[in-house]
Design a protein around this ligand. Structure first.
Ligand SMILES: [Zn+2]
Length: 170
């Protein structure tokens, strides 16, 4: 399934981020090899197995260690933001949100650190901003949105570790 937007001027960045485990450019919330095992997140219950955060049950005696996704959520520091706007959004908000639940929960099941963090309305409900704990889920939800409803999409990687910004309008 090909979408025009991932090739639109950001192919280098996007190609790097297709590799889930290797592609997190200096993400301060991911600490490869630093989390002791066994560990379990006190907030979401994710646990570390073989060096990765998983949804497997925690091993007995696991240390309590907040996972990167819950730390981002607690700090209010998303890895990606998806901004939706336009008259179509205003008219179909519930339908759009229902559709976006599917890719979000599918990606979260496979990748425990990739989740939706929050959702807020701006500009008197005419704009909606979804924030995510990972760039993979931000892209996945954006791609599903574009696939289902078409519209215009732009992606930008701000410098200095600021969140990935994807904007969709219709
Ligand atoms: Zn957690």
């Amino acid at each position: 399934m090909a979408h025009p937007y991932p090739q639109a001027g950001h192919s280098g960045h996007l190609a790097r981020h297709d590799g889930m485990e290797s592609g997190h450019r200096s993400d301060p919330y991911r600490e490869p090899g630093k989390v002791e095992e066994p560990s379990v997140c006190p907030d979401c219950g994710a646990s570390v197995h073989a060096g990765r955060w998983t949804w497997q049950p925690a091993q007995p005696g696991a240390a309590s260690h907040r996972c990167p996704a819950c730390r981002r959520t607690q700090d209010g520091m998303p890895a990606g933001e998806l901004t939706l706007e336009g008259p179509f959004l205003t008219a179909h908000e519930e339908e759009i949100l229902r559709l976006l639940d599917h890719p979000e929960s599918r990606i979260r099941r496979e990748h425990p650190l990739e989740r939706r963090m929050a959702m807020r309305n701006e500009a008197d409900q005419e704009r909606m901003v979804l924030s995510f704990t990972g760039t993979h889920v931000t892209h996945g939800v954006a791609a599903a949105l574009l696939s289902a409803f078409a519209g215009e999409m732009q992606a930008a990687w701000p410098e200095g570790g600021a969140p990935l910004q994807i904007r969709w309008s219709r």
